[in-house]
Every structure is written in structure tokens, then in C-alpha cells.
Design a protein around this ligand. Sequence first.
Ligand code: NAD
Length: 348
Amino acid sequence: MTIAWRLPDYDAHEVLHFVHDEASGLKAIIAIHSTHLGPSAGGCRFWHYDHPEDAITDALRLSRGMSYKNAMAGLPLGGGKSVILADEALTKPPELLAAFGRAVDRLGGHYVTAEDVGMNVKDMVEVSRQTKFVAGLPAEDGVGGDPGPHTSLGVFLGIKAAVRHALGKDSVSGLHIALQGAGSVATGVALHAAAEGAKLSIADIDPEKAQKLADASDGKAVDPDDILSLEADVLSPCALGAILDEESIAALRVPVVAGGANNQLATPEDGAKLHQRGILYAPDYVINAGGIINVCTEYLGDGDQSLVRQRIEAIPDRLEQVWAESASSGRDPAAVADAMAQRLIGRG
Ligand code: NAD
């Protein structure tokens, strides 16, 4: 077994839980990066990993990202994340979700869960039968439900801020957006962008999903192998992480990268590589905070839908702050955002 402390993504995480439930076959990791600002919160990813080590890396990176995201969004929450190691067929029986719910409950509120890739509102209802430390449940008084559409709204507003900043355009009308992914977040981004007149190229490893979203947004489905090197105004990564590395950055043909996927940079140095190429990057955990803003408002019960929207509408200003500091310091936006977030969680 790999020793977590030696992993490159271990970042003084407060606790790392390895969960095993023999009866249901649940294998999960719950990573709590920081509770400096409040109980750790972050979604649960249900995914098949070829190697368990990849799941540990994901949990470590995603939970740190949640600490940074919650801090930069001004939320009274720390950062955590869980990962369920699914089988290849992605079988998700209710007993597995129940066992996961019990594991979350045992942590007594130090970790609050919600949806991430592979988990939906129905799954959260199943989890909520075992624990109250869960959000993303069906909206009763208007706040709650799938965080995806809220993430999409924030990402879309962030794309608009980025094209204003980099291209001097007040609208995405007529601009070409290359969208990686055709899932929950990508769908909302595509529909908002299409409604404003953007031209979309969409890729998903599931070609049917890509085609369906292309049809709905008057866009074009493209091969997933081509999306990162497409000539466009914006690349919006809305699938999985670590897609921006030395090779893919060298092949980019866009002035802006702004998307909802978590952990888009394979390494911190890749933020600097984007900057050196003159590509404006919207740090992922700043632009994709819409979902957790909704989750937080639901969990704490401290606002209604209009407050959620107001909080999401503050995302572009936060991006502007990061880009302004990047311009004045010469440091890349990802490094600037990391330093800001680290100060906020008492690690600066
Ligand atoms: P989802 O499961 O609904 O969609 C992800 C899609 O990406 C799937 O359709 C999948 O087939 C596709 N995909 C996977 N690998 C791909 C590849 N190499 N090329 C093209 N497509 C690929 O998930 P989602 O909720 O839309 O989340 C997307 C990303 O946004 C994830 O990184 C997630 O962590 C992040 N995120 C989601 C939320 C949210 O509210 N759902 C919030 C913040 C961040």
C-alpha cells in the first residue's frame, strides 16, 4: 500500500479515511484537507479507477481543491471530498450508497457530501437515509437539488468575464467555444452559450451524449481526441481533470481556457506554461464554485434562490481580482489563486 504522506499530492491533509464495507462491497476514500473555515464539504465521485492509487490521488487533489474553492467563494466551509471506487460496469446498488452514508455519518459532520461525477440527486436521497451530513437533495423551498446547473451558470459567467478580459468582447455571440464533456456541467454551459449566440464544438467519450448536446445547442459533435487542439476562442474543459499538461498546452489553439472541470492542470507548473503561451486561464476552483455555493446555502439554510444567484454572480469579480494580481505580479493566475486561497485557509 502506498503511503499517503509520500504522495506528491499530499498537502498536510487533516485526515484521510479508507472505507471498506464487506457486505455491500463499498470501497471509498474520504479525504478531509482542511476544516480551518468550517466543516469540510465537497462532492462524492463515483468512478472506476484502473489503479486504487489513482483514486487516492484524486481524493487528495479534489479535497485540496475544495478547500481552495470554498475559501475563494467566501463560504464558511473547509475542504473535503470522497471517492467511491466503482467496478468497471459502474454498478451502484442502494446498499453501497447506504454504506457510504453510514461512513459519512460516522465522521459526525466533519465532512458534508453532495454530488460529483457519477452521483445524482437520487443517490443523495439514498445517502440521506443514513446521515444528515449531505446536501444536493431535492429542492424543497427552492434551494437544493443538482448542483450542476449552478456550476454551469458560474462557468458561463466566468467564460464571459474571460472573453471580456482577453478579447474585449462583452458577449460570447459569434465566438467559437470548444467544450470538453457533455455531462451535467457541460450541458448548462452549452445551453447558456448557445442562447447568447456562441458556436459550439462538443466532445465526449460517449459520442451519443456529445451528439445529443450538439443537437440541443445547434453545435457540432467532434472527436474527443481533437477537442484540445481545436482552433477556437475558448476551450472549456468540463469533463475530468489533469487534461492540461506539457503536451496538450503546446497543442492548444485558443486564447482562453475557462471551464468547470476540477483540477484541470496536471501539475502547478502547467499554469505557468499556459501563462507563458499568453493563454488566459480561469482557475478551475474559482470559476466552478456555483454548485458548492448552492450546496452551502442549502446545507446551512441561510438564503434563497436569489441569494444563491447573487453569490454566483460574484464569481466574475473574483476572477478579475486574480487576473489583476497576475498582471501586476507577473505570476500566472493559477499560482495567484493558490496563494490567495492558502492565505484564506491559514496556510499562507
Ligand atoms: P458528468 O459525469 O455529468 O459529466 C462528465 C462527462 O465527461 C461525461 O459525459 C463523461 O463521459 C465525459 N468525459 C469523461 N472523460 C472525457 C474525456 N476524456 N473527453 C471527453 N469527455 C469525457 O459530470 P459533471 O457533473 O458534468 O462534472 C464535470 C466536471 O466538472 C468534473 O471535473 C467535476 O468534478 C467538475 N465539477 C462539477 C460540479 C457539479 O456541480 N456537477 C461542480 C464543480 C466541478
